[in-house]
Write a protein that binds this ligand. Structure first.
Ligand SMILES: Nc1ncnc2c1ncn2[C@@H]1O[C@H](COP(=O)(O)OP(=O)(O)O)[C@@H](O)[C@H]1O
Ligand SMILES: [Mg+2]
Length: 414
């Protein structure tokens, strides 16, 4: 993804909007980074946030063009504000030794390494550690800038907070507990965890041992969401659980569409986490109406908003991937076809709202769930019926304009 420009912000108002704070209960109780969180949460106006993002103004036609936004607050200051810091911390300030030694690597992406550890309340959390602002390439890519990283910060916060809303509420997006900016070379304990992952699973990333003392990192502390669908292929019990996964993902997307005009845009099976839970039902609220989903013992969390788009009070946060040729050239999996289909449907204009992109990803997900392996291989009548229902779902889903409509009208969910 060489040429994407994340962090587009475009809008008509820009006045008086507040950046949603992190999940309060987690901020106060269970963050491993609590020591550095002020007692009272501050919120920042969008006017100030705009200083850190590129402002896109409407020009002729549908697409937007970048215009520089002059304000005396630098991108760095904006990120530090979001972290509620005045400057970078050290790794050891941020992850105390006792917690550092519990770190194990659980995942990786192009821009970040993800480690699990425990927080003050002994809960497992996930730390996504992303190098920023440096000149060295990481995993073959330029490091993200502060401006680009704000895109992920804002969207992670907004979606995390959907868990606390009243009109459109869902806990289907991963909870963000806290975030911090640190400076320094990569800690030994994390390199050891990195090596272990590499030995056991094989890493596609560069070993992060080449950073110097000046390197900056953003650390996002998320709730631990379980394992991604790609990694648990063969571990879901049966299509009964698969149906619940599909239902939960559709509901989360529908709620985010209604609340934030949200499109995920990269919902491949590595970005859908599943964990076992005891609750039989999962509730969500769509436009004021409470609904319930049978969990069948699994809870779903959507992650990774690198390409996502949303709107708050007329301001759009999106990622311009119109020139990212590599992204649209992928072969070998239906996932890559979805990027091309999204591009075709939005005429390569990535700021506008096209909720059908969420539907494209649901179509992809249905296909993955149909081709996945399951623990229970018995061909019972129930399994056969479910399989044909899932196939019918797949056949009809593309005709819905949004996840909201698929949820409301899809026979599969009735
Ligand atoms: N909160 C989390 N809980 C559990 N695993 C996670 C969590 N966040 C990320 N992961 C794991 O790390 C991987 C990479 O994280 P992701 O946010 O998708 O990074 P990238 O943007 O680089 O793809 C995911 O596919 C998943 O396996
Ligand atoms: Mg990912």
């Amino acid at each position: 993804m060489q040429e994407s420009t994340c962090g587009w912000l475009q809008g008509t108002s820009g006045i008086g909007l507040a950046v949603t704070p992190l999940r309060m209960e987690q901020m106060n109780l269970s963050s491993i980074l609590t020591n550095f969180t002020p007692d009272t949460l501050t919120t920042h106006s969008w006017g100030r946030l705009k200083a850190a993002l590129s402002l896109h103004k409407k020009t002729t036609g549908m697409c937007l063009q970048q215009a520089s936004y002059d304000e005396d607050i630098s991108d760095a200051e904006k990120v530090y504000q979001e972290c509620q810091q005045s400057g970078p911390l050290s790794f050891s300030d941020c992850i105390p030794p006792a917690r550092m030694k519990h770190c194990s690597k659980i995942g990786e992406g192009t821009f970040g390494e993800v480690f699990s550890t425990i927080n003050a309340s002994n809960e497992t959390v996930a730390l996504k550690i992303i190098p920023v602002e440096g000149s060295q390439q990481v995993n073959g890519e330029q490091q993200k800038t502060f401006g680009e990283i704000l895109h992920e910060i804002i969207i992670s916060k907004e979606l995390s907070c959907l868990n606390m809303k009243e009109i459109n509420k869902t806990d289907g997006f991963i909870g963000l507990n806290n975030l911090h900016c640190v400076r320094g070379h990569y800690p030994e304990a994390l390199l050891k965890a990195w090596d272990k992952f590499d030995r056991q699973k094989g890493s596609e990333n560069d070993r992060p041992d080449f950073f110097d003392d000046e390197q900056l990192f953003l650390i996002l502390e998320f709730e631990f969401g379980g394992s991604d669908l790609e990694n648990i292929n063969g571990k879901l019990s049966s299509l009964v659980q698969a149906k619940s996964v599909l239902h939960q993902v559709t509901a989360a997307l529908a709620v985010a569409e209604q609340a934030l005009c949200f499109e995920h845009r990269d919902l491949h099976w590595g970005n859908i986490l599943v964990k076992n839970i005891k609750h039989k039902h999962n509730e969500f609220i769509l436009n004021g109406t409470v609904h319930s989903i049978e969990t069948r013992g699994v809870h779903v969390n959507i992650i990774d908003y690198s390409l996502s788009r949303l709107e708050i009070d007329g301001l759009t946060v999106s990622c311009d991937i119109s020139n990212d040729e590599e992204l649209f050239m992928g072969q070998g999996d239906y996932q890559f076809e979805i990027y091309r289909l999204m591009k075709k449907e939005n005429n390569n204009c990535w700021s506008t709202y096209n909720p059908h992109s969420n539907v494209l990803w649901l179509h992809y997900l249905a296909e993955k769930l149909l081709s996945m392996n399951y623990k229970n291989k018995a061909q019972t009548n129930q399994q056969r019926t479910l399989k044909s229902a899932l196939k019918s779902f797949q056949a009809e889903i593309l005709s819905y304009p949004s996840a909201t409509e698929a949820l409301r009208n899809g026979r599969f969910f009735q």
